[in-house]
Design a protein. Structure first.
Length: 317
């Protein structure tokens, strides 16, 4: 058996790897995780063809080997497929990659015929919201949770596609409410603070044109697994809340009524919105909202890509 686990959703790939290992009878398998940094084709052959001294089956895991091969000269690994095909039947192999491997490229194409392949990529672009919802709906079963639709939507809004982070929060929610029934109020109490600070800080930095700080916050949000669409939606939502609050303040509306009308339950979040509404220019906010709408249309229509806008976003606003 040969398995290939690849894609940029490293959390899901790790879960698949864990399942494969747990299915094995440890007493019947000799588990080996091979360091591939200095691995050559000859050392690879030695690793893959060696029989266990204890007469047991071997499970051999190669981390990032295909990425390494892809970045070296083909002639250095020209016998790679033949070595795989001639390995002892008692040796099972797992290739683990943290990025998607192009299986149409040269000798990697043959892996399609000899490997059991699992591709796990973080959802992005159109349809990513629904895919993230489906992931949470399925994952909550592990912790015997029953999260309301509004609660699931809130998790997606706050955490995007950061499945490792979402999994940690699901564990916390299961401890917070042992009966498993979770509503949006529970999410706001346990989870909301995670991203609020980053979004408020991002908006503050954008408004004062601190582009360096804003770029760092944006990079952190992306590294946490948030899709570009999710980020611009959060920025747009915050801009809209600030504009609505500015209008209500002009009308001399009481703070408690403003809080109710913009549907913000957190005192911290509400106070930040009040402060930002007093400090930001209305014309600039409206122009920024129009720009975010144009960016959304450009990407969804295929006119421009997310990558083209990611680094420019802060400077455009």
């Amino acid at each position: 058996m040969i398995n290939l686990l690849h894609g940029n959703d490293e959390f899901s790939s790790n879960q698949f790897l864990k399942e494969i290992v747990e299915q094995k009878n440890i007493s019947e398998f000799d588990l080996n995780v091979v360091d591939t940094n200095d691995l050559t084709e000859n050392k690879f052959k030695e690793n893959i063809c060696t029989i266990s001294l204890f007469g047991t089956n071997r499970l051999i895991i190669f981390n990032y080997l295909l990425s390494k091969i892809n970045s070296t000269k083909e002639k250095n690994w020209e016998n790679f497929i033949d070595i795989l095909l001639n390995k002892p039947s008692t040796n099972e192999v797992i290739f683990f990659e943290k990025e998607e491997i192009n299986l149409k490229k040269n000798y990697f194409a043959k892996l399609n015929d000899i490997c059991q392949i699992t591709l796990s990529n973080i959802p992005s672009g159109r349809g990513s919201w629904d895919l993230n919802r489906k992931w949470i709906i399925e994952r909550q079963k592990k912790y015997n949770l029953n999260i309301s639709n509004e609660g699931i939507n809130k998790l997606v809004e706050l955490l995007g596609s950061n499945y490792r982070y979402i999994d940690n929060e699901l564990q916390k929610l299961s401890n917070y409410n042992p009966d498993g029934n979770i509503v949006i109020d529970d999410i706001e109490i346990m989870v909301s603070g995670i991203k609020e600070d980053s979004i408020f800080e991002l908006i503050d930095s954008i408004m004062v044109k601190d582009n360096l700080k804003a770029s760092k916050i944006l990079d952190n949000l992306i590294e946490q697994g948030n899709s570009f669409f999710n980020i611009i939606n959060m920025i747009a939502r915050q801009f809209r809340l600030i504009l609505i609050t500015k209008d209500l303040l002009k009308m001399k509306i009481d703070y408690s009524d403003i809080k109710r009308q913009i549907q913000i339950s957190s005192d911290y979040a509400f106070n930040k919105i009040i402060a930002q509404s007093k400090e930001t220019d209305e014309v600039r906010l409206k122009n920024s909202l129009r720009l975010l709408l144009d960016i959304d249309v450009d990407i969804k229509s295929g006119y421009k890509s997310e990558k083209e806008y990611i680094k420019k976003l802060i400077f455009l606003l």
